[in-house]
Design a protein around this ligand. Structure first.
Ligand SMILES: Cc1cc2nc3c(=O)[nH]c(=O)nc-3n(C[C@H](O)[C@H](O)[C@H](O)COP(=O)(O)O)c2cc1C
Length: 446
């Protein structure tokens, strides 16, 4: 089932040789202990450099979007697994903004359940590591925009018209400036609820083709304060960050930011010219700089579009379903994401950045991640699929000094297939008792 990609990278030597044959200078440290050194975000100490990436489980209550039993289970596992930073998954601030009827939705009616979720996550961490180990909790707030399916059927809301971005569904409604201002108000209301629920930070999600990300390349949005010039395109994000600092000052504003898109159409953010696959981070870097100046305290750097170029978002050995083969070695995707995070982190050394796309590396995450942290290329090493598969990777590194190759993600895309099927999503290989008992080719060997 899995391709040859990682099969040729079983040992660290194999991995580094493969990297150099592809012309990639992969960061590397044999000694992974720098991953266990505490960090500081906006004056708060974070126990170590492991971050759980936001990963939708689609296991919320159907009626009101409250965390369900599987949601609690996932976050308790993250808490007891030892990650210093836990970035909670995409959570809608408006009912119409959900990507799936089982996406989390934060509102007055669910606020108490979110409070329970942070409490149970912190309790699990304290039981495993003592009270001094307190993970930093971030909640990702979103509107799914063009990909909204609040009741299961597409209900797309887009920043601008672009026939090349239509999916199979209906033509999207174009969001008005007034509706964007209402979304900003709804976001600020959700930030207050998130603070009361015990989150340290909130992320205004600006990645992967969802509404606020799409605004960043809404060059063709005419007659609008949120389209056209760079200043207009970043306005929603920048104004929201400013309002958080002013109106809910005890929460750290964070942003998960796309630094490249590689959309096949003549549109996108972070390219030498529109539609070009050549990376040009000038605009994403300018956006990150502006956000930092305004007081954004934490960035999570990602790229690609899961609907158009999934291998760029999450390098894999096997595509989900009948999805396209990657067309490049997955390590090139990993390297692209590592370099994107490094470009931002080196430009803004005082703003901690989380790096994405590490899961394909499997047990070598510790060597590559430690290399990236020591080089100043990133502050936190994020694990998405890797956290579904192996939530206690940080605990293993603390207690045994190494990661267990029998527990790692095998980049087989089964979690994506579960998500596309409407959820619940998790690791069908390493957590098969819950997520369906499917198996990649001999995962034990990988
Ligand atoms: C099942 C699934 C759910 C995801 N949910 C989210 C999400 O809620 N928010 C987000 O920003 N990214 C989401 N992602 C992307 C991941 O956070 C991450 O960027 C990607 O998987 C690459 O990291 P990895 O190599 O560590 O898996 C999701 C990915 C998958 C496969």
């Amino acid at each position: 089932m899995t391709g040859p990609g990682h099969a040729a990278c079983r040992t660290a030597r194999d991995l580094l040789d493969t990297a150099s044959s592809l012309g990639i200078a992969l960061p590397w440290r044999e000694d992974p202990s720098s991953l266990l050194v505490p960090a500081v975000i906006a004056g708060r100490t974070v126990p170590n450099r492991f971050a759980v990436q936001p990963m939708e489980g689609f296991d919320a209550a159907l009626r009101n979007g409250a965390p369900g039993e599987l949601t609690f289970r996932r976050y308790e596992r993250y808490g007891s697994g030892g990650s210093g930073l836990i970035w909670f998954e995409a959570t809608s601030v408006l009912p119409g903004g959900r990507s799936n009827p089982r996406q989390l939705w934060l509102h007055r009616g669910t606020a108490r359940a979110f409070r329970d979720l942070t409490r149970r996550t912190r309790d699990a961490a304290a039981r495993a590591f003592g009270k001094a180990h307190s993970p930093f909790l971030v909640l990702q707030l979103t509107h799914s925009g063009r990909h909204a399916r609040p009741d299961g059927a597409p209900a797309p809301l887009a920043a601008f018209h672009d026939p090349a971005l239509f999916g199979d569904g209906p033509e999207p409604e174009i969001v008005s400036d007034d509706a964007l201002l209402r979304l900003m108000d709804g976001t600020i209301a959700a930030v207050r609820l998130a603070r009361d629920a015990g989150f340290d930070a909130v992320d205004i999600k600006a990645c992967h083709g969802y509404l606020v990300h799409e605004l960043l390349f809404a060059r063709r949005r005419g007659n609008s304060r949120f389209g056209g010039s760079f200043e207009n395109r970043v306005r929603f994000l920048v104004d929201t960050v400013e309002r958080i600092l002013l109106e809910v000052p005890d929460v750290v504003p964070a942003v998960r930011l796309n630094t490249f898109d590689a959309l096949p159409a003549s549109t996108g953010f972070g390219h030498a010219e529109t539609g070009s696959p050549v990376l040009d981070c000038s605009e994403p870097l300018a956006a990150a700089r502006l956000l930092a100046e305004k007081g954004c305290g934490l960035l999570n750097i990602t790229g690609g579009n899961p609907y158009r170029s999934p291998h760029l978002v999450r390098p894999y050995d096997r595509a989900a379903g009948s999805g396209p083969p990657a067309g490049e070695h997955p390590l090139m995707g990993v390297d692209r994401l590592i370099r994107a995070a490094a470009a931002v982190q080196r430009t803004l050394p005082r703003v901690p950045c989380v790096g994405s796309g590490y899961s394909w590396l499997r047990q070598h995450v510790s060597g590559v991640g430690a290399g990236a942290v020591e080089a100043g290329d990133v502050s936190f090493v994020g694990l998405g699929r890797g956290a579904f598969a192996y939530p206690d990777a940080p605990a293993d590194l603390m207690n045994r000094g190494r990661l267990d190759k029998k527990k790692v993600c095998v980049a087989c895309s089964l979690c994506t297939e579960l998500m596309r099927g409407g959820g619940p999503a998790g690791c069908a290989v390493r957590d098969r008792g819950i997520y369906g008992g499917r198996s990649a080719d001999s995962p034990e060997d990988q």
